[in-house]
Design a protein around this ligand. Structure first.
Ligand SMILES: Nc1ncnc2c1ncn2[C@@H]1O[C@H](COP(=O)(O)OP(=O)(O)OP(=O)(O)O)[C@@H](O)[C@H]1O
Ligand SMILES: [Mg+2]
Length: 329
């Protein structure tokens, strides 16, 4: 069955896309199609071979996600703060929408950091309303993807919708630890309704990328060989230890040190911004894939909770908003 509504959180490291029926996580890496790949293209575990047929009849093929990582020439986003201007953005949106079986003219929900919400919202809506194409993923039939309506919602505020035990009234803080950026929002809850306090919201330009970069450097120091940052998760998947030509290299000390540094940096910057308002925060929540990676952050406040689906929280919150809006019609 085709879906009419979906929400997509295009992150610097992963795209989180959800519909009422299913969800998909895709590494935000796209590379041009290469003839010489021996991967099993039919398995979604290894990534996605994506065909995009434009209205003028031209077809372009891409590797998206794990396949692009393996292929080695994958490009992630630049540090550009306007993600949607990067060509990979639209390919990722189209790929995620096709995998979630979006029907033509479906309603799409997306997020923007609170700091950019006012200035970029209209432009992002216009941009996404213009995104379309006939898409096939891993040899599925070409299906038209287009959006009949686009809803933009502030990130963080969206994640808070999924927060368990939200107080009925008072200030709450949410810190979304991402790959390149860590967003924080302070919201005033009034009768259960969440209202971001925009002058207490912002972004810290740090995240899990800093961990990966440090490990890549350490790898180079220890082995004399460079390691691309996109390959760091593979190195870390073996409990922080790897074998290099028979010698074990243990990254755990380096990991612990850099994680503490990043966590302290986040806490310092958020605390400085909140000033004395920090004392009035009733509850703090951690979201984003980085929440689990930086457990030190849990001791930030006396009452800190990691959201149950931390990495998915924004996408799920946005989907809830889209559902509500559609039902109200
Ligand atoms: N359980 C986990 N333990 C450790 N790290 C994790 C876990 N889950 C996800 N991560 C890592 O957390 C990082 C941030 O993930 P997330 O999907 O929130 O980033 P993003 O939204 O793509 O980035 P940004 O918000 O900066 O655009 C990623 O590098 C991811 O690999
Ligand atoms: Mg994010």
């Amino acid at each position: 069955m085709l879906t009419k509504i979906l929400a997509i959180d295009v992150g610097y490291s992963h795209v989180k896309a959800v519909s009422t029926e299913s969800r998909i996580l895709i590494p935000s890496i796209v590379s041009p199609y290469q003839e010489m790949v021996l991967a099993d293209l039919s398995s979604t575990d290894t990534g996605h071979l994506v065909k995009v047929k434009k209205v003028d009849g031209t077809t372009i093929i891409y590797f998206v996600g794990e396949l692009a990582v393996k292929e080695g020439r994958g490009a992630t986003f630049t540090l550009d703060r306007q993600k949607h201007k990067h060509p990979n953005h639209d390919i990722l949106v189209l790929t995620a929408s096709r995998i979630l079986e979006a029907q033509p003219g479906s309603t799409l929900g997306v997020g923007l950091p609170v700091a950019y919400y006012r200035t970029q919202r209209e432009e992002l809506i216009q941009h996404l309303m213009g995104v379309h194409g006939d898409i096939s993923v891993n040899d599925s039939i070409l299906r038209r993807i287009s959006f009949g309506k686009v809803i933009v919602y502030p990130q963080g505020a969206a994640a808070l919708i999924t927060a368990p035990g939200l107080p009925q009234n008072g200030l709450v803080l949410l810190v979304d630890v991402g790959y390149k950026t860590t967003d924080y929002i302070v919201a005033e809850v009034v009768g259960g309704k969440v209202r971001p306090v925009s002058n207490l919201c912002g972004s810290v330009e740090t995240g899990i990328y800093a961990v990966h970069e440090t490990i890549a450097l350490e790898y180079q120091n220890q082995t004399g060989m460079p390691l691309s940052v996109v390959n760091v998760p593979q190195v870390l998947s073996e409990e922080g230890k790897i074998i290099h030509y028979g010698r074990e290299i243990d990254f755990n000390l380096t990991l612990e040190k850099i994680k503490t540094e990043i966590a302290m940096n986040i806490v310092d910057q958020v605390t400085a911004r909140l000033g004395e308002r920090m004392a009035f925060v009733r509850k703090a929540y951690l979201a984003g894939g980085g929440a689990k990676c930086l457990p030190v952050l849990s001791s930030m406040f006396p009452v800190t909770t990691i959201l149950p689906n931390a990495q998915w929280a924004n996408a799920e919150g946005i989907l809830a908003v889209v559902k509500q809006t559609e039902e109200a019609l």
